[in-house]
Design a protein around this ligand. Sequence first.
Ligand code: SAH
Length: 392
Amino acid sequence: MTNLYLKRGKEESLRRFHPWVFSGAIHHIEGDIEEGSLVRVLTSDGQFVAVGQWQIGSIAVRVLTFSDVAIDDAYWASRLAAALEVRKSIGVAGQEDNDTYRLVHGEGDNLPGLIIDMYGRTAVMQAHSVGMHLCRLEIARALKQVMGDMLDNVYYKSETTLPYKAGLEQENGFLLGNTADNVATENGLKFHIDWLKGQKTGFFVDQRDNRSLLEHYSKGRSVLNMFCYTGGFSVYAMRGGARLVHSVDSSAKAVDLVNANIALNFPGDTRHAAYADDAFKYLDKMGDQYDLIILDPPAFAKHKDALRNALKGYTRINYKAFEKIQPGGILFTFSCSQAVNKDQFRMAVFTAAAQAKRKVRILHQLHQPADHPINIYHPEGEYLKGLVLYVE
Ligand code: SAH
């Protein structure tokens, strides 16, 4: 394994288990190295600090372990087994009414750069680093070993998540098994998961708990699910007894997906309709018929530089919802931008409420679920935040 020497004192954050080495902290690397290879990270005087995968860019190493151990089949199996144990103890894995959950959440599971979502008996695996990409076959093998008869298929979906400059020209495809059966169960509801063409791994697993909460607020309400994608919130609202549910997304493909998922759970139910439209246009032209609105937009800020515009975007969209929502209405509003923190998001929503001159109470403050854990040493892992608001 190649040795990487840090500049003097640059081991400090690693000693506190932060899992990244920034390129500026590196003194030198012994010999030639290729992107994705393993490195032993050493202090300036040669003391062991960590083993990680080297990559080109500002984050130069993602740490796999702070112990001086081999990265072999046993390593992958033990990390995956630990991840599964967490999912069992929080009650999302090994359940009869739920087989949809995130098994590996990158740094949150001490596996930086790796995402694995479970949909029934299929794992969808996504590498965000060349290092994880190079290990994909070992990881798939260890996954089968750990999951045993809970798993038949591993679909690898990294075409759009691997660094473009690495030029890997990776194609998506099955690493283990093969299936066309893409129906998974979340809290007793069925969903078609489009891992072939869908966004992320095919489904937004991270909204499961928030969708459950929404179900409890849906009875007798007129619901608008804006940015609906596969219609997760819509299906829960239907089960919760909503009077009507309208799902809106700018993508026609999403509208097909939500219609298919409604048909799967509530065939022939006329309470639901879906529309392909732009959020800002729809909110402008719609009437005041809704008393439960969900706003779950895509990340408005992908980077820190986009922060100001992102906050304006959140204010604008929430303002439109406040303007139109019925008195006594409930607004579920989210941000999944990692670059926008909780306080900044709340301030953006506060501004919108004040501009619309509505009286607003915060009922719940929402976040990502327990199967998207945040490594306490890596606060950057916190990204999803939401507010449930009562609008007088
Ligand atoms: N709420 C969803 C996830 C939303 S992802 C769930 O629980 O699964 C964000 C969605 O917003 C995507 O489906 C994308 O197509 C849609 N979108 C992006 N820009 C939009 C716009 N301007 N108007 C409407 N929808 C938009």
